[in-house]
Design a protein around this ligand. Structure first.
Ligand code: PLP
Length: 431
């Protein structure tokens, strides 16, 4: 198929997510390799967003492709009640890799299902009905995950599951808890304690956070926040769920983002980088005390594709590649280099307001960035990027910089050469 036929048929017979399909203009993707993907006619794009912040090891790594092929040749599917070699191997490997006493895992098909199961496990374990979630967050497109989500994707999906207490996080959209990390942490946690007390501590099972907030702005927790939050929740017997669907698997320069805060949550959820998106897979990891509970008590959840061998095989190989090829270290090494590029953009372009990054999880916030709005010059800049071979997302006017963790210094610079030119469009629109 050529690009035109591909696009026409996709638009005619499929619906696209979070948009009116008539206004979508999809990029036709035929093949991919490393940090690049290609149209059928050979046009190349540098993938500066790892598709959906998810192809952490880069595209089409031969070891992962081979592992998928081998698993397909041996056993494509076994029901969720079975024991399989790949289920045994991956769970054992995750128990070794995930810090602390998180040694037991429940596999799903993606991040939303992982979060649905995390809150289910928390409610069953504690016997409490409510969950605290934050406004600057996205936790998935299924019913409960949508209600956990703070951003406007929730609005059209309301009302949904009851019992979600939504709170402001350390970085609300148009409000500040203070100017220093210490002030922000202590003011936000004091507010949170007030919410917990007034909601009734004994009615709250868990709080879910994106350890580093992803689509809602690449927000790194202020110093001391994660430790303070864990201690506060422990005080009231409330579990901490860290959603590491986007931040996990090396994106921040460590395997999990919560390691930067020197904490271990009670439950961690994963997807995306878990297989680097080579196959759909999500996972909930639980601490030993929660796992022990479900060894004695029924876990009231299940999926036909729980622990699907194809997803597990992709995951085992993708994690091996991520670690053996030093990609987590590469993300940490490139953190200051990515920051340097962003500083250069800010110094040169009056349209840049600020920038943030941890590892290869980065964003350039422009002066056109506004909650839930896309201003016309931003859309124009997006078209420029696509026409000039750069793929990324523009979150309400900010430029996402989340390339695969195998990216080289030269490829990073290649991306910023295109961003540099694109930001000129915003500069001109400012004046
Ligand atoms: C932090 C976070 N949690 C959950 C999800 C949902 O994952 P999925 O789309 O695999 O259901 C996403 C997806 O973008 C995410 O970024």
């Amino acid at each position: 198929m050529d690009s035109k036929e591909m696009v026409d048929l996709c638009l005619k017979h499929t619906l696209y997510s979070w948009s009116a399909t008539g206004s979508v203009n999809p990029i036709p993707i035929d093949r991919a390799e490393g940090v690049y993907f290609y149209s059928p006619e050979g046009k190349r794009w540098l993938d500066f967003n790892s598709q959906l912040m998810s192809v952490n090891i880069g595209h089409q790594h031969p070891k992962v492709v081979k592992a998928i092929q081998d698993q397909a040749a041996k056993l494509c599917f076994a029901g969720p009640g079975a024991a399989t070699e790949i289920r045994a191997k991956l769970a054992k490997r995750l128990a070794e890799l995930v810090p602390g006493d998180i040694n037991t895992f429940f596999f799903t098909l993606g991040g939303a299902e992982a979060n649905e199961n995390a809150i289910r496990a928390a409610k069953l374990f504690t016997g409490r009905p409510k969950i605290i979630a934050r406004h600057r967050s996205y936790h998935g497109g299924t019913n409960a995950a949508m209600q956990l989500t703070g951003d406007p994707r929730r609005w059209a999906n309301e009302p949904g599951m009851p019992g979600v207490v939504r709170v402001m996080d350390p970085f609300p959209y148009n409000f500040s808890w203070g100017t220093t990390d210490e002030q922000i942490t202590s003011n936000n946690l004091a507010y949170l304690e007030e919410v917990i007390k007034t909601e009734g501590p004994n009615s709250i099972a868990a709080m879910i956070i994106e350890t580093v907030v992803g689509t809602n702005g690449i927000l790194v927790p202020p110093k001391g926040y994660l430790k303070g939050l864990k201690a506060l929740l422990d005080k009231y017997g409330i579990l901490l769920i860290c959603d590491e669907v986007m931040a996990g698997f090396g994106r921040t320069g460590k395997l999990f983002a919560f390691q930067h805060g020197d904490i271990v949550p009670d439950i961690v959820t994963m997807a995306k980088g878990l297989t680097s998106s080579y196959m759909p897979l999500g996972c909930m990891g639980v601490s030993d005390k929660i796992a022990d509970h479900f060894r004695k008590n029924t876990y009231w959840g299940g999926l036909t594709y729980n622990a699907h061998p194809m997803g597990l095989a992709a995951s085992y190989a993708a994690i091996e590649v991520l670690i053996d090829e030093g990609m987590i270290e590469n993300a940490a090494r490139l953190e200051p280099i990515l920051r340097g590029h962003m500083e250069r953009m800010q110094a040169k372009h009056p349209s840049v307001r600020t920038h943030r990054n941890i590892g290869l999880f980065g964003i350039i916030e422009t002066k056109f960035t506004e909650f839930n709005k896309v201003h016309p010059p931003v859309a124009e800049m997006g078209k420029f990027f696509v026409a000039n071979g750069l793929y990324t997302t523009l979150q309400w006017g900010s430029v996402m910089c989340n390339p695969p963790l195998c990216i080289t210094d030269a490829q990073l610079a290649e991306g910023f050469a295109i961003i540099d030119e694109g930001l000129g469009i915003l500069d001109r629109a400012l004046t």
